[in-house]
Ligand binder design. Structure first.
Ligand code: M6R
Length: 368
């Protein structure tokens, strides 16, 4: 049932083009209107919300962090992202005008479920983004957007993450459509780019043979750092989490601009530092990230740089380049995450770990 793959995780990584395409399927109709039939919350009510709060755990939380950038940019509604286990215990400010969005692959995560209950008690509307039909979180929410990724068996979430980001983007665009903060043709342009992503994810998958050699070189290091900015920051966090949970390696993700405020002290001779570079030209942060790469390299780091094809500026400072197809900044996480998933899977395999069932972890965490 692993379809010829050694691990479910690897199978699920390779299913991502299909999974993302299934998340997008049938959402954009012939009149170029985004339709999310599942959202049974009246447009008038969606127009009245004054705050969005995304609540989730682990990888789903990182998907929420990515989504915040897009949702705020498209809707101009303030959007907070919070770890579910922290949410209800701090007396959060939730009103009937707050839209709470939960993200959960399993739909059974206790921390997230408790957050749903708390939010609804405060009169907020709750939309669940979920992969598991009929699971508890969607049942207890006002509406659900299913990600349609198919079953995810590997404990390490992979296609879960990519489809969660995609579903959040659909929600963001839908809110922008309903609230009139984006014109129809702008939404159509973004939808058209989203629809190109499955093919680009496939391109990334087709070009990852050399990650095996990279994993061979690096699987015995004591620690790995990941840097990114803007949407690249949650990608860095996700890359680090994958290494922690299946390879049991110490790994940390940081916002690249935060380096000089402390973490750069960790950089010593030979430490691998993965860096996600924003698209060149169209992004003001591109040059800043290149300087960050120079800073860690000058201190002895081995830099592994994820950068879009055609960007030559970073070449002199990269010990290893991982090329990504071109995409706009907001969509780059759908590509940049994939090599990090494969790298973690390769390292864990080399170390002889059970990739699908890492120690101490369960696929769905049904206790608070
Ligand atoms: O089923 P959920 O999406 O609610 O699960 C949330 C986290 O437990 C989950 O993403 C966890 O962090 C994964 N093992 C990460 O790979």
């Amino acid at each position: 049932e692993k379809g010829g793959y050694d691990w479910f995780m690897r199978k699920e990584i390779y299913e991502q083009p299909q999974a993302v395409s299934d998340t997008l399927l049938g959402r954009f109709d012939a009149d170029r209107q985004l339709t999310l039939d599942e959202i049974r919350i009246a447009p008038a009510e969606l127009r009245s919300i004054d705050k969005i709060v995304i609540v989730a755990c682990g990888t789903a939380y990182y998907a929420g962090l990515v989504a915040k950038y897009a949702i705020e940019h498209w809707t101009r509604v303030p959007c907070e992202v919070e770890i579910a286990s922290e949410f209800r215990y701090r007396d959060p400010i939730i009103t009937p005008r707050t839209l709470v969005v939960t993200i959960s692959q399993s739909g059974e995560t206790a921390d997230t479920l408790m957050a749903v209950r708390h939010a609804r008690e405060q009169g907020a509307k709750v939309i669940a983004i979920c992969n598991t039909n009929g699971s508890t979180i969607p049942r207890e929410s006002d509406a659900v957007i299913y990600t349609h990724a198919g079953p995810e068996i590997g404990v390490a979430s992979t296609k879960g993450f990519l489809t969660q980001v995609t579903a959040c983007y659909l929600l963001g665009l839908y809110l922008a459509q309903v609230r009139g903060t984006k014109f129809g043709d702008e939404i159509a342009t973004i939808m058209a780019e989203l629809e190109t992503m499955p093919a680009k994810i496939q391109q990334v998958l087709d070009g990852t043979e050399d990650l095996h050699a990279l994993a061979r070189e690096l699987h015995q290091v004591p620690s790995v750092l990941f840097l990114g900015r803007h949407v690249g920051y949650p990608v860095a966090l996700e890359g680090a989490l994958k290494l922690k949970e299946i390879a049991y390696l110490h790994a940390e993700g940081f916002p690249a601009g935060e380096l000089k405020h402390g973490p750069i002290a960790l950089v010593e001779e030979g430490i691998p530092v993965f860096v996600v570079v924003p698209p060149q030209g169209r992004d003001q942060l591109h040059d800043k990230v290149i300087s960050n790469i120079q800073e860690v390299r000058a201190r002895g780091a081995r830099t592994i740089v994820l950068v879009e094809e055609g960007d030559a500026e970073v070449e002199p400072y990269a010990d290893k380049l991982i090329r990504l197809p071109k995409a706009s900044t907001l969509l780059q996480p759908l590509l940049a995450t994939v090599p990090l998933q494969i790298f973690a899977c390769e390292v864990a395999t080399l170390l002889g770990h059970d990739v699908d069932q890492p120690r101490n972890l369960a696929k769905s965490v049904t206790v608070e």
